[in-house]
Write a new protein. Sequence first.
Length: 184
Amino acid sequence: MKRILRRTWFVFLIIFTLGFFQERFKVAVNYYIDVASSNVNFYSWSAEQKEQYIKSNSPDIPYDYYYTHESFPFLHQLDESAIKNMKWWSTLLFIIINGSLGYILLMRASLGKAQKLHAIMYLTAIALALVFFALGKLFSLPLQGYGVARKLAGFLQSPLPAIFLVLLFYAFEPGNNQKLQNHE
């Protein structure tokens, strides 16, 4: 395991940093959309009016990150469809970035078989997310279909698939069981 950590620490650092930015960005966009939906005229206002409205509608709950963060100023320049499109495109971008970083992590850990499983895991989860989303629309259950698709997309926007495979392959790597038995 020490070998894997030596070879992958920099990738973990990038993944960790990306996770903080990604969470900050997604929370800001979701909160912006939530507050904007409370006033039908919101998107017709100036950037200054939008910013003031966002600030004035933020409850004073100091321990809740959803309400206590600052908005990204560029959001005030966008209309509703641009923000929603950006949310979809950012989801796709974060899936690609996290998938790539996970693949690099597995490569740096010299786990070639895990790289193939990683790719299969991503493709399967993306296909399932699209199927659930489409079935939700088809059967007039859009919230349920979206909810499942969102959970799958969230899993893919995290380092969990790669970390799971590193741990799985390390646990079953020949010689590791022998090492553990020697320490008992």
